[in-house]
Unconditional design. Structure first.
Length: 236
């Protein structure tokens, strides 16, 4: 199948990493459908709050009817939560788990039957370094991100025979609204100090890795997680 005919769905693509990934893949000739929590008047865009699994089904139905079947799924939407465990509202756990993990589990389950029938598929899960090494006061966020690792490996095994690859990318701190809202100026400086490369990752670095992982060149790469984190996960 040629790149131009491949259809990509990227969750959380109204801003940040997802938006830049959408632009990168459009420039590379893919057909891209975007979704996010914000209302945007754009072609091939649908706004849906993924904290509700009913909305995942609505998103899927809309995409299928208005854009077609999906060859490549980028599970990217996510929210960060910095909160000591005793201060975390228990209702938040369900919401954050839905947005960061269960919505993607469900969306993937709706899309995989077409990929299997078609004998091709690429699934990328955007996890986080917080899911790889843990992060104090972010145990809920970290748990939702770790969930992607079991999902990625198990699904990679389940779908390997259908020419479907499943991988995850774990970014360290990336220059987006999520990072800006999580850290004040002083905290950002302190954070940069402990990152080996002394910088945040640029969203386009994640986008370019996505582009590689969905390419034919990466067809043998499946069930893997890649830490794109400016060295943050290596230790200190
Ligand atoms: P961002 O805040 O810039 O963008 C988040 C995207 O997710 C937006 O499009 C937003 O609409 C969407 N989203 C958020 N809540 C949603 C909801 N309830 N329903 C539907 N969509 C929703 O954040 P980002 O930095 O681009 O994050 C993208 C992914 O990368 C997230 O999964 C995040 O956990 C992960 N990540 C980010 C960083 C970082 O430092 N920025 C680090 C590691 C992992």
């Amino acid at each position: 199948m040629k790149t131009e005919t491949k259809k990509v769905l990227i969750t959380g693509s109204s801003g940040g990493i997802g938006k830049i990934t959408a632009e990168t893949l459009l420039n590379a000739g893919y057909q891209v459908f975007k979704t996010g929590s914000r209302e945007l008047k754009e072609k091939n865009y649908f706004s849906a709050d993924l904290s509700s699994l009913e909305n995942v089904k609505k998103l899927y139905n809309y995409v299928k009817e208005n854009f077609g079947d999906i060859d490549i799924l980028i599970n990217n939407a996510g929210q960060y939560l910095y909160s000591p465990i005793e201060k975390t509202d228990i209702k938040e756990t369900e919401k954050i788990f839905n947005i960061n993990f269960l919505s993607h589990y469900y969306l993937t389950s709706l899309i995989v039957p077409y990929m299997k029938d078609n004998g091709f598929g690429r699934i990328i899960n955007i996890s986080s370094i917080s899911g790889v090494v843990g992060e104090a006061n972010a145990s809920l966020y970290s748990s939702t991100k770790s969930a992607f690792f079991g999902f990625t490996k198990s699904l990679a095994l389940e779908l390997a025979q259908y020419n479907i690859t499943v991988n995850s990318i774990s970014p360290g701190w990336v220059e987006t609204n999520l990072a800006e809202n999580a850290l004040n100026e002083e905290e950002k400086k302190e954070t940069i100090d402990i990152i080996p490369q002394k910088r945040f990752v640029e969203p386009v670095e994640i986008a370019n890795l996505v582009k590689y992982l969905i390419s034919n060149e990466a067809k043998g790469l499946t069930g893997q997680n890649i830490n794109l984190c400016a060295g943050l996960s290596c230790g200190c």
